[in-house]
Design a protein around this ligand. Structure first.
Ligand SMILES: NC(=O)C1=CN([C@@H]2O[C@H](COP(=O)(O)OP(=O)(O)OC[C@H]3O[C@@H](n4cnc5c(N)ncnc54)[C@H](OP(=O)(O)O)[C@@H]3O)[C@@H](O)[C@H]2O)C=CC1
Ligand SMILES: O=C(O)CCC(=O)C(=O)O
Ligand SMILES: [Mg+2]
Length: 419
């Protein structure tokens, strides 16, 4: 593969994919990475160092990641020229090398460029945003029993109001759309038609079903008890309500789920274990209070794009904050791992923030490669560093008797605790 700016490592081979989407992982896989804006410069090198140490230790040097830097965000404008925020060859590299990891990318509020994070997900059709939320013993939390929060969020990643189909108030497009809605569709409910910005919320049966299918399959493969469809379908009936209906339909038609007490909740037996898996739904606002009061009621979560964004940060707060929240954007064959948090600009370049979100995203990457021994070492290292109360500022400020470490020193502490 010939690139303009991307340097392909001399050692290392691309990962390949079989027709059934399983991966063929060489001992030195080439893994593209985007450093990221803001705190990307702090957390990305720490993530690489920790993953390299885990892999070296787990496999006695027989395996090694061949890192390949690719560019997006501000760094891309330095490398490729002004206004090149997301080069085509970055998209090609993420697609062709199959497994990658990225730091956060800045999106200005109101005007300016649209989200590069969303663009990456949309252009590569990475339709699942997978965000596991689990508690590490000793992490400070506002909950009395934070260990009860153990959920895996499947957030639809390609549709919804989050797709960014919208026009500003006063624009020709907004005026034409409002006129069309009023004149052709008889809409009378736009309260201030002349001064409204307008956005569109597409939610499809295909988009919903492919997401819910992945969530249910995950519950089967990982022996989880339930899948909950989180929606605001009482108000947005044909988008969020349809998400719920299509989710149940899929559970019945593809997994043989049968109604419980007349429905709509339903259940089926896990074909691998024979245990029951319940498919249920809850309205989003009620869900947000119940995750604080009764987190044990929830396990795998399937939800729409915007709900999933809010729910991710809310659940992260229950187990220590977004410094501890990993994630991945996944299609059937491509996986791009990234932290749940953003660029935290006030900390950029200060070597202060918690790298755990990206470390745990890296841990997910290793597991995705089938390198479970190395992934386990990352977990062991993080558990050990937190248990020793050697943590970054975000945890230290809430943890009595803790020692505050810099971002890079925390990375070293994690490596030191791998055993
Ligand atoms: N996927 C992505 O790339 C994402 C990008 N973004 C973008 O990031 C930019 C900034 O967004 P913003 O709303 O400030 O949200 P951020 O997630 O960047 O930061 C909000 C706050 O969360 C805490 N925080 C974030 N990361 C860490 C960390 N690693 N360790 C410890 N604490 C952390 C900090 O809290 P405190 O101040 O209390 O210490 C920080 O001020 C925006 O442009 C946004 O669009 C946002 C989310 C995801
Ligand atoms: O793209 C962005 O700037 C924000 C994205 C975000 O908050 C998320 O995906 O969780
Ligand atoms: Mg978010």
């Amino acid at each position: 593969m010939a690139f303009e700016q991307i340097q392909v490592p001399k050692v290392g081979e691309p990962i390949r994919v079989n027709p059934d989407n399983s991966l063929v992982v060489p001992d030195q896989p080439i893994i593209p990475f985007i450093e990221g804006d803001g705190i990307g410069v702090d957390i990305t090198p720490v993530m690489q160092k920790v993953l390299d140490a885990a892999v070296a230790k787990a496999y006695d040097g027989r395996r090694q990641i061949a890192w390949m830097e690719i560019y997006a965000g501000e760094k891309a404008t330095n490398v490729y020229g002004a206004d090149v925020w997301l080069p085509d060859e970055t998209l090609s590299a993420v697609r062709d090398y199959l497994v990658s990891i990225k730091g956060p990318l800045t999106t200005p509020v109101s005007g300016g460029i649209r989200s590069l994070n969303v663009a990456l997900r949309q252009r590569l059709d990475l339709y699942v945003c997978l965000r596991p939320v689990r508690y590490f013993s000793g992490t400070p939390s506002p909950l009395k029993k934070p260990e009860d929060t153990d959920m895996v969020i499947f957030r639809e990643n390609s549709e919804d109001i989050y797709a960014g189909i919208e026009w500003p108030a006063g624009s020709d497009e907004a005026e034409r759309l409002v006129s069309f809605l009023q004149d052709q569709l008889g809409v009378t409910k736009i309260r201030f038609p002349k001064t409204s910005g307008v956005g569109i919320k597409p939610v499809s049966s295909e988009g919903t079903k492919r997401l819910v299918r992945k969530a249910i399959q995950y519950a089967i493969d990982n022996e989880r008890d339930s899948v909950t469809l989180v929606h605001k379908g009482n108000i947005m009936k044909f988008t969020e309500g349809a998400f719920k209906d299509w989710g149940y339909e899929l559970a019945r038609e593809e997994f043989g789920a049968e109604p419980l007490d007349g429905g709509p909740w339903c259940s089926f037996k896990n074909p691998k274990t024979g245990n029951e898996i319940i498919v249920k739904d809850v309205i989003a606002d009620a869900f947000l209070q119940q995750i604080l009061l009764r987190p044990k009621d929830y396990d795998v979560i399937a939800t729409l794009n915007l709900n999933g964004d809010y729910i991710s940060d809310a659940l992260a707060a229950q187990v220590g904050g977004i410094g501890m929240a990993p994630g991945a954007n996944i299609s059937d064959s491509v996986a791009m791992f990234e932290a749940t948090h953003g660029t935290a600009p006030k900390y950029a370049g200060k070597d202060q923030v918690n790298p755990s979100s990206l470390l745990l995203s890296g841990e997910m990457l290793l597991r995705h490669l089938g390198w479970t021994e190395a992934a386990d070492l990352v977990i062991k290292g993080i558990e050990g560093a937190i248990a020793a109360k050697t943590v970054t500022y975000d945890l230290e400020r809430l943890l009595e008797g803790a020692t505050k470490l810099s971002c890079s020193a925390f990375g070293d502490a994690v490596i030191g605790r791998m055993g």
